[in-house]
Ligand binder design. Structure first.
Ligand code: AMP
Ligand code: GLY
Length: 423
């Protein structure tokens, strides 16, 4: 099979690395990809949101399957675009329909889905510019901290957590009236704050049945001890040590099953990954968000732990025979540490030559923001490399990652030395 993978981050490098291990993958194309995917597959210089360009590439390269990494092509309807095009409809797209992608594209849609299917989640109400006064009144009924969520996609920045009521009211006004997050904050979900520890559960579904993939926990803040600004993710650990059998049973019964049943009941065509963001409050799991794709950097620890053939699983998703497929998981722990550009998540420089890649042993280095310049690998984004290792526990795995990081260098490289500190 010829496979086209859309995206360009560490998640895509990890998916590409895994899919290439399948005997069913004859040629792999990554659009647009990075220096890491260029070394193992064929990069195509196109924007995954330019569906006309994706169509041309799919036809030109006799593509048999499309795997979508990031959310925006899904929210923009790439699944439906393929399904409704006479020349493309035979090509399965691994990812949800546009309606399913609304679970990530609209916080209000996700909350309505959760409530409708009686899945545990924080109490909420949503507001627009027209009823901003009612929003202030709702805030007054809640206890601090206050959670404000822009309804639409805001590049991971649309959630504000505020300790002060006046500040929360001001931010609500900024979002609704002054378009703080542009059109994404035309509507705002205000919800009850849940006090607990976060974890993520990943599910692969064919729309009827599902397989639960390894759990993971990511570290989103730039600074050690979870301080400072939010990032795309600075590191991750899989499995999550506190996600024991009892908690996983609750997650499956109360959250995963009703989610997949919800797709069936609501007529949502969903053939892809579901990333369920959870908060564990006194051993009771609550959903804080759905994403309709894999996480990054969670993919860099979840995918290496999948022993089964991922392409075969994708084929089972496409043919809706996932109930007959087997999923085998490596029992070892995997950890990843992100190496980022100095200054990230604020302004940073690109184009820094990266050295030491050939010195790494016993770790997998997945490229996130990298490019090739005069045959040298250079940084090309905020998050640059993800260094993944295995171990019998997360401390041992992290030790290997940190030993290999000592061999890697680019100007102003930064990383967190405390991944897993809270476990
Ligand atoms: P999201 O963009 O939905 O992942 O939210 C960003 C972060 O906000 C999450 O990773 C949580 O740390 C936090 N968060 C979101 N919703 C809540 C909530 N209801 N209670 C506490 N923290 C929350
Ligand atoms: N690491 C969080 C995400 O991919 O959304």
């Amino acid at each position: 099979m010829n496979i086209l993978l859309l995206g360009s981050g560490g998640r895509e490098h990890a998916l590409a690395w895994k899919m290439l291990q399948s005997k069913d993958c004859s040629q792999l194309f990554v659009a647009p990809g990075n220096a890491g995917t260029a070394a193992i597959a064929n990069n195509l210089d196109l924007n995954p949101n330019d569906f006309t360009a994706v169509k041309q590439a799919a036809l030109h390269n006799a593509i048999d399957m499309v795997v979508v990494g990031p959310e925006d092509p899904l929210v923009n309807g790439i699944y439906d675009f393929f399904k409704n095009d006479a020349q493309l409809k035979h090509i399965p797209v691994i990812g949800p329909s546009q309606k399913g992608a609304q679970l990530e594209g609209s916080k209000e849609f996700a909350k309505e889905f959760l409530i409708r299917h009686q899945i545990p989640t924080a109490a909420y109400q949503s507001f627009t510019q027209e009823n901003v006064q009612a929003g202030y009144a709702f805030l007054e009924t809640l206890k601090a901290p206050y959670v404000l969520k822009a309804d639409g996609l805001a590049a991971g920045k649309g959630v504000l957590i505020l300790n002060d009521l006046d500040e929360a009211k001001l931010e609500l006004k900024n979002m609704l009236v002054d378009a703080k997050f542009g059109s994404a904050s035309q509507k705002v979900v205000i919800e009850e704050f849940l006090d607990g520890i976060e974890l993520s559960c990943f599910v692969l579904t064919d729309g009827k049945s599902y397989k639960i993939l390894p759990t993971a926990k990511d570290y989103k803040r730039i600074g050690e001890g979870d301080a400072g600004l939010n990032t795309g993710g600075m590191g991750a650990v899989s499995p999550v040590p506190f996600a024991d059998e009892v908690l996983m049973q609750k997650i499956e019964e109360r959250i995963v099953k009703p989610t997949i049943d919800g797709f069936v009941k609501d007529g949502i065509d969903y053939k892809g990954f579901v990333f369920i963001g959870l908060i564990n409050v006194d051993n009771e799991p609550f959903v804080i968000e759905y994403n309709v794709r894999m996480g990054d950097p969670e993919t860099e620890v979840v995918v290496p732990r999948i022993s089964s053939d991922l392409v075969a699983l994708f084929q089972a998703v496409a043919h809706q025979t996932l109930d007959q497929a087997t999923l085998t998981i490596d029992s070892r722990t995997a950890t990843t540490v992100m190496l980022v550009s100095g200054g990230y998540p604020e302004a940073y420089e690109k184009g820094m030559p990266i050295s030491g890649l050939d010195q790494v042993s016993d770790s997998l280095v997945f490229h996130a923001g990298t490019a090739l310049k005069d045959r040298t690998v250079v940084s090309n984004g905020g998050r640059v490399l993800a260094v993944t290792s295995f171990g019998t526990d997360f401390n041992q795995a992290l030790k290997t990652s940190y030993q290999n990081i000592d061999k890697l260098h680019f100007d102003k490289m930064y990383y967190r030395k405390d991944i897993g500190f809270d476990l």
